[in-house]
Write a protein that binds this ligand. Structure first.
Ligand code: GRF
Length: 282
């Protein structure tokens, strides 16, 4: 059971222990304050008292746990946790993401893992321009609907807007999608399309800069570091405003393959959480 919870919360054992301590101390503190309030108002024993106690405890529990979480260094976890609970009660509809990918889809897999059973986000569609792309196999595994797109209709037709609308897509994530996004789609999803690039933009971006070529260029230029960039998509390749970057060293002994592995590790570590934070702010 603990292992399941730890995986669900995506934390290590140390943080898991601190979270459990916060629940225990926060809950006890909440009970204590609840009893004090009842005593202060001299509520008589009986069902009314029990009902009132439960009501008070439910109302002050979030504040109590948040307060105690500061002492255990877990404020940001509990802030998100309580927001998630509130969303369940407020019945806010989930945000629907479409992932556009043309490659093996390791980033898409990580994003799918991350948002499985998520309270406010669901991956509703996988879009690819390649019928043989590995990402489509992953979509089948996760039972996510797929859409194979054709160049002519994407660039000169309706850009598949109708399909995206019928799947109620709110947000688009490009995870290894090589085609440029048509202006009509950018206008339909303003600041709602993000891309991940395997280098520190603005360097090593632009038309044709993808895959191994990026890493070869970084190594050739004898850069001391590289990294990943997550950015909004505009009508130029790898150009929209930067939302997040993470770095890794480039060693003299690094080959493009070794660097690609380092970059993938960073992508898998950060992409889903950046998307989650961005959606929480929208
Ligand atoms: C990633 O390196 C990403 O930065 C780039 O395309 C690659 C996709 O990799 N845009 P994968 O298919 O997710 O493994």
């Amino acid at each position: 059971m603990f292992q399941d919870l730890k995986e669900k919360w995506k934390v290590d054992w140390r943080q898991f222990t601190l979270i459990i301590c916060t629940f225990i101390f926060g809950g006890s503190f909440c009970g204590y304050v609840g009893r004090k309030i009842l005593a202060a108002f001299a509520v008589e024993n009986g069902f009314g008292r029990i009902g009132l106690y439960v009501l008070i405890v439910c109302l002050i529990w979030p504040f109590s746990v948040l307060l105690i979480s500061i002492a255990f260094g877990q404020f940001s976890f509990f802030k998100d946790y309580i927001q998630r609970i509130m969303r369940i009660f407020s019945k806010t509809p989930k945000k629907h993401i479409a992932i556009f990918a043309s490659g093996t889809g390791s980033n898409a897999r990580k994003i799918l893992e991350h948002f499985t059973d998520h309270s406010s986000v669901s991956i509703a569609l996988i879009v690819s321009n390649k019928a043989t792309a590995g990402v489509l196999q992953i979509a089948t595994e996760y039972q996510i609907p797929t859409l194979i797109i054709e160049r002519e209709r994407f660039f000169r037709g309706d850009t598949y807007l109708q399909d995206l609308r019928s799947a109620q897509i709110d947000f688009i994530v490009l995870a290894g999608f090589l085609w440029k996004i048509p202006t009509a789609l950018i206008e339909a999803y303003p600041n709602k399309i993000v891309n991940i690039h395997p280098a520190l933009l603005p360097k090593y971006g632009g038309k044709g800069m993808y895959g191994q070529l990026v890493h070869e260029s970084v190594i050739e230029a004898k850069e001391k570091e590289s990294g990943i960039t997550i950015h909004y998509v505009d009508d130029k390749y790898d150009h929209g405003s930067i939302l997040f970057q993470a770095r890794c060293p480039v060693l003299e002994t690094d080959t493009p393959d070794i660097l690609a592995q380092k970059i993938h590790k960073l992508e898998h570590q950060h992409f889903s959480t950046v998307i989650e934070k961005l959606l929480a702010e929208k």
